[in-house]
Design a protein around this ligand. Structure first.
Ligand SMILES: Cc1cc2nc3c(=O)[nH]c(=O)nc-3n(C[C@H](O)[C@H](O)[C@H](O)COP(=O)(O)OP(=O)(O)OC[C@H]3O[C@@H](n4cnc5c(N)ncnc54)[C@H](O)[C@@H]3O)c2cc1C
Length: 434
């Protein structure tokens, strides 16, 4: 990629969001107390919280803020992981796991509070998040989640089939899991708003500056780019699923512990008012229990923003448009003809057990990866925790269950095999669970 001219994916968000701030490249030799590599939600939130604490911080971003997953996702603000529930997290990580569950429980409200605190116009709607179940047997998933999250104080409810039908305007689901603190945002507007906010608070952001390496030199971390270098006392590597995108040698262990899987996003043409009032009338964000996920939310112009998965990315828009139009018509026959204005994709960093990976890389150096498609809210909350980690808060006060990086064997091969999992998901989705 030519870094002097960053190309944005043809996404709904890139089409409707005011441009981000003008930013310099990293040139010459610079210094900061904390260096953050990557300007997505994690990096921007880390910088925001460091500036709130008066700490000097500089972000080194390969493209522009929000260019990775943060600017191209579905924008659903979800205070849960995709599969593991609180008891799984605590069983794996003990007390740090309990603190993590508390952070996750509050993460959606935390994100909306940040947008209000700094007047960031991210088209946010805290209308709630619903996970409807797609077969009668899957109600067990919703029941388990309600039981476990209630134990940890989350404001969750079990929805009956009738309540789910009223909430979604469709008879396709059999009940659901409901959390009122969730909702949705325009993710690129949030990323660019955060970038403006952290600049206003006195952070530096270097753009179009892919970090080629980081190393320890004379008790400091040194990050090198093609045109310069920056040294700092502490380091946060916030490159997540895009870790291997610009430099294979930057953080190979982190790049190889997640499987970057393409997720396709699509925006319909705006729905007429009459139709819109009958489809998710309360404007909640929705992601259901299919392994081949069904998901949808409105944007601020009444487009349904949805999407799907494919085994091969070849001719994706041509394959996806009829597939998703038929799905929407099955769920909501009243929608009529469906046209899509935007189709785009981004990498979701998957782990084998759907748990995120959080690492201490050395003295005052941290990283995380493995969003599993559920970390809009989590990455903002994690940024706050990572900022506390580099300020020296003790482990016992951090909601950060650390593990050592564990690169996947045969990562290169698995990357190409992983999309075949979709066949397994389709098989499982079609079966009832007893
Ligand atoms: C298509 C899609 C849909 C999703 N939908 C949802 C959703 O609806 N709800 C939800 O909760 N989660 C969703 N997610 C997940 C969510 O988007 C991510 O968890 C979140 O944005 C991660 O933020 P991040 O800052 O950690 O990573 P990113 O936003 O990916 O940021 C990493 C940054 O690092 C930069 N970078 C990479 N290499 C270098 C380098 N060498 N030097 C400097 N910078 C570098 C990249 O340019 C990028 O800006 C989705 C993800 C995708 C891809």
């Amino acid at each position: 990629m030519n870094m002097s001219n960053v190309r944005w994916p043809n996404s709904l968000w890139a089409a409707v969001t005011p441009s981000g701030p003008d930013l310099p490249e990293l040139t010459g030799t610079q210094q900061a107390d904390v260096i953050v590599i990557g300007g997505g939600f994690t990096g921007l939130s880390t910088a925001l919280h460091l500036r709130e604490a008066g700490v000097d911080v500089a972000i080194v971003e390969a493209a522009e803020p929000g260019w990775g997953a943060s600017g191209r996702n579905n924008g659903q603000v979800i205070p849960t992981l995709s599969r593991p529930d609180p008891e799984d997290i605590v069983a794996r990580h003990g007390e740090a796991g309990e603190r993590f569950v508390g952070m996750l429980r509050d993460s959606a409200s935390y994100l909306f509070d940040v947008t209000r605190r700094y007047n960031i116009d991210a088209e946010g709607e805290q209308a709630g998040w619903v996970q409807p179940v797609h077969s009668p047997g899957r109600i067990k998933i919703a029941e388990r989640r309600v039981r476990q999250w209630s134990k940890f104080g989350a404001p969750v409810e079990l929805l009956s089939r009738e309540q789910t039908r009223d909430m979604l305007g469709s008879d396709a689901w059999f009940g659901g899991f409901w959390n009122r603190t969730g909702g949705h945002i325009n993710p690129l507007a949030l990323a660019r708003g955060l970038a403006r906010t952290v600049l206003g608070l006195g952070a530096r952001i270097y753009a179009r500056s892919p970090a080629e390496s980081f190393e320890r030199r004379n008790d400091r971390w040194v990050v090198k780019t093609a045109k310069g270098e920056i040294s700092g006392r502490a380091l946060v590597v916030a490159t997540n699923a895009y870790s291997g995108e610009f430099s294979k040698s930057l953080a190979p262990d982190i790049a190889r512990e997640v499987m970057p899987v393409l997720s396709w996003q699509m925006a319909t043409q705006p729905l007429s008012d009459n139709v819109r009032k009958t489809i998710i009338p309360g404007r909640q964000a929705m992601s259901d229990t299919h392994g081949e996920l069904y998901f949808a939310r409105y944007d601020a112009r009444n487009r349904l923003v949805t999407g799907g998965a494919l085994i091969s990315p070849r001719e994706a828009p041509a394959k996806l448009k009829p597939m998703l139009a038929a799905r929407l018509q099955r769920l909501w026959p009243q929608i009529g003809a469906v046209g899509f204005d935007h189709v785009w994709s981004g990498y979701v960093g998957m782990t084998s057990d759907f748990m995120p990976r959080i690492h201490r890389l050395g003295p005052d150096a941290y990283a995380w990866a493995g969003c599993n498609g559920r970390a809009v809210a989590l990455s903002i909350a994690l940024g706050a925790e990572l900022s506390r980690a580099v300020q020296g808060y003790p482990d016992g006060e951090l909601a950060l269950p650390f593990t050592a990086p564990a690169p996947l064997l045969a990562h290169g091969v698995l990357r190409y095999v992983k999309p075949l999992m979709l066949m397994l998901y389709r098989y499982r989705d079609a079966r009832e669970i007893a």
